[in-house]
Write a protein that binds this ligand. Sequence first.
Ligand SMILES: O=C(O)c1ccccc1N[C@@H]1O[C@H](COP(=O)(O)O)[C@@H](O)[C@H]1O
Length: 213
Amino acid sequence: MANPLIKICGLSTPESIASAAAAGASHVGLVHYAPSPRHVEIAQAAQLRRAVPPGVKAVLLVVNMAPDALAQAVAAIRPDVVQFHGQESPQECAAFRAASGLEVWKAKGIKTPADLAEAQAYAGALDRLLYDAPAGKLPGGQGIALDWSLLAGYRHRIPWGLAGGLNADNVAEAIRQTKAPLVDTSSGVESAPGIKDVDRIKAFCQAARAIQS
Ligand SMILES: O=C(O)c1ccccc1N[C@@H]1O[C@H](COP(=O)(O)O)[C@@H](O)[C@H]1O
């Protein structure tokens, strides 16, 4: 199995972006969602985006954002990828993808086999589906894992990734069970909500790459 891509999300300082890149992350995420402890304003996100080194993709995470506001945010930040993490429909994702020309991901909360089957309706509308635990108080960033056994052996209709409660201690097992081609973490590499920890980022990336089959 090839090494999975690694996304470290919820970064809010140039130093944490540099740490994630140095540790081997393929993607770094900026959260623009006011209720989140990882929220960054547009101007700050645009500055942080300039700190993302070549070869690492910048992901802008948004939740149910109005199309005009999203277009303005994208124009200012210039992300490589937009990750929708709310109730955005396949039609909305497809329309944004066609209009922006950007790579588009959509996170879906998965609790049952039916949820997983329903998520495949996004095939054709996206570049990647991201499976997460179902929304709680926040739509994501909750540190809660989904039941990985749901994904074991599943025939996905679209490129995908695994999010939700991943950390250095469990990511290897999550990859072993699910064969995830991309793993995504936020709260699992923090010392407190919104505060990224360089050593945890390093340990996560090492553990994600250590798996062989
Ligand atoms: O990180 C947040 O605060 C957040 C807020 C709103 C939507 C999504 C958010 N985070 C994303 O959720 C998944 C799982 O996060 P975790 O590893 O369980 O903390 C991931 O894609 C985060 O980027």
